[in-house]
Design a protein around this ligand. Structure first.
Ligand SMILES: Nc1ncnc2c1ncn2[C@@H]1O[C@H](COP(=O)(O)OP(=O)(O)OP(=O)(O)O)[C@@H](O)[C@H]1O
Ligand SMILES: Cc1cn([C@H]2C[C@H](O)[C@@H](COP(=O)(O)O)O2)c(=O)[nH]c1=O
Length: 160
């Protein structure tokens, strides 16, 4: 619903509400029960993407984002967040290789993608203890090594 169709299919508020509705359901039905059982949860994207895409990208009022966050998630937040950073042009080039019809966000302008990259970097600068930026221009194995090292060090785990 969100990833297909023309770029102007939804406005920023509608998109934010849809992403938060899906996130609420995901947290309630999947993430919290897993955490309660002691299972580690890895999520590919979370609320930072809403602030970056709908806030920095589409101009959603940041106060509205924080209100929705508080209403939907309360004080729930990830222990660690890894932001894979690359120039917007490179990210778009890679995303195109995926093919398929789920390209609504990829069809948005380069300026939009540059704004949301700056948004992710601003989020990381505000929360340096939680957010870690990884250079995603490196090759896949190097990126994986850096991510593993960051997770082990920050969660005080060992590789053995
Ligand atoms: N470091 C890298 N070097 C080369 N190719 C990469 C690298 N990282 C990702 N890719 C390729 O880029 C494409 C998009 O990456 P990926 O599938 O991880 O993004 P995604 O999670 O689908 O993105 P989105 O969350 O925006 O939908 C994939 O084809 C992936 O193999
Ligand atoms: C969570 C979230 C995602 N998006 C955008 C970013 C991606 O281009 C698509 C698909 O997300 P996926 O989780 O990688 O499948 O949606 C967004 O705009 N706002 C969000 O909160």
């Amino acid at each position: 619903m969100l990833v297909e169709g023309p770029p102007d299919r939804w406005d920023a508020v509608t998109e934010a509400l849809l992403h938060f509705a899906a996130r609420r359901d995901h947290v309630q039905k999947t993430i919290l029960p897993a955490l309660e059982q002691g299972t580690w949860v890895i999520s590919d994207r979370f609320a930072d993407s809403t602030l970056a895409y709908q806030g920095y990208g589409h101009g959603l009022d940041h106060q509205l984002f924080y209100k929705l966050y508080a209403m939907v998630l309360g004080s729930f937040a990830p222990d660690i967040t890894i932001i894979l950073d690359a120039p917007a042009e490179l990210g778009l080039q890679r995303a195109k290789l995926r093919g398929g019809s789920e390209d609504r966000y990829e069809a948005m302008t380069l300026a939009f993608h540059q704004r949301l990259r700056q948004g992710f970097l601003a989020i990381a600068a505000r929360e340096p203890n939680r957010c870690h930026i990884v250079d995603a221009t490196l090759d896949l194995n190097q990126v994986a090594d850096v991510v593993l090292d960051l997770v082990l060090r920050n969660l005080k785990l060992s590789a053995t």
